[in-house]
Design a protein around this ligand. Structure first.
Ligand code: AFP
Length: 321
């Protein structure tokens, strides 16, 4: 069977040449990142960089390497007007004016998994630029305006999962560096028996989330009348990928440890692109079971947000808890 390539899929999309070139550049760079991630200690990619990022987190060498790879590749693409990275304080504007698109990315999500050889990923959100010479405020568009969202997950296989607003498709990286369609029309089943939440934070959650998770943990003996299983990869990319493949819910809620920070995950680099992929696959992506992430008006580039996404019936159950 001949599988369509990602290049062929991109060429057939109903989008302009500029967006096609942005997607092509991102896909090529993710394939290169996959090689560096797989090389690990053999290519000097392991360990800490000795630097802190804008979130005050210690950067791994791979955070810095992958951020540079994506930033350079995208800023060299004529269709790009500017980029913003989870790893950098400020957005960067392309030196050649005229690009029509903005790209926002988490170059290496789940970087605490690097040293234990567990899955990590890259997440990218693409917006139209309101101006050929954008300023930072131009990046602050609600996720509903994304023209594309994708992630690459570097696991046993490297996969790229993409939406341009008309469903979700998954591509697997072949040995020759090309991506081929392996998962057509990805859909999240509305029913699930699997949830993902970091239960070590339970005592810090708000009451509704406490009640909801308590119901799940009681299983067949509790109000839900069925048993649930739990998974937590500690890389949002891998947890969301599992949900796109076989259903489930992923929750990183607000908690009281840092009450002025509304959650751990970042709206622009994690929440919005994952929310578009999940909605396009028929799931729900909310802050709290009710409010769609995609309708949140961003106020800051590095804004944090609570996240509850996945199988629709379970997100409804969270809302009702
Ligand atoms: P790192 O990239 O710093 O490892 O953070 C990953 C992440 O933002 C997200 O991908 C995970 O779902 C979440 O953090 C895990 O957080 P906990 O370590 O608090 O479980």
């Amino acid at each position: 069977m001949t599988r369509p390539s990602l290049d062929a899929h991109i060429a057939a999309l109903d989008v302009d040449d500029g967006l096609e070139s942005v997607l092509t550049v991102v896909a090529r760079t993710c394939a290169e990142i996959s090689r560096v991630v797989a090389g690990g200690a053999l290519v000097g990619a392991m360990g800490a960089s000795g630097r802190m990022n804008v979130q005050d987190e210690e950067q791994k060498k791979l955070d810095v390497i992958t951020d540079d790879m994506l930033t350079q590749a995208l800023l060299a693409c004529p269709a790009i007007a500017g980029v913003a990275s989870e790893e950098k304080d400020k957005a960067q504007i392309a030196s050649n004016p005229g690009g029509a698109y903005l790209a926002l990315f988490d170059p290496l999500d789940g970087s605490s998994n690097i040293d234990i050889n567990a899955p990590v990923g890259t997440i990218v959100s693409v917006l139209k630029s309101p101006s050929a010479t954008p300023v930072e405020a131009d990046f602050l568009q609600p996720g509903r305006r994304q023209v594309a969202a994708l992630y690459a997950v570097y696991g046993p296989q490297t996969m790229l999962v993409l939406t341009t607003g008309a469903g979700v498709k998954g591509f697997t990286l072949a040995q020759d560096g090309q991506w081929f369609l392996t998962h057509d029309a990805i859909a999240i089943s509305p029913e699930t028996r699997e949830f993902a939440i970091n239960v070590s934070n339970q005592r810090h959650w708000a009451e509704g989330v406490q009640r909801y998770v308590e119901g799940l943990l009681k299983g067949a003996d509790g109000p839900r009348g069925k048993n649930f299983n739990m998974r937590w990869v500690a890389a949002m990319v891998a947890d969301v990928h599992r949900i796109l493949m076989r259903g489930g819910v992923f929750i990183y809620p607000w908690d009281s440890r840092e009450p002025n920070k509304p959650g751990k995950l970042r709206l622009m680099y994690e929440g919005n692109p994952m929310a578009l992929l999940v909605e396009q696959a028929g799931g729900k992506a909310t802050t709290d079971g009710v409010q769609p992430i995609l309708d949140v008006q961003p106020e800051q580039l590095h804004q944090r947000i609570p996240v509850a996404l996945g199988s629709a019936n379970e997100i409804d159950a969270l809302a009702a808890a």
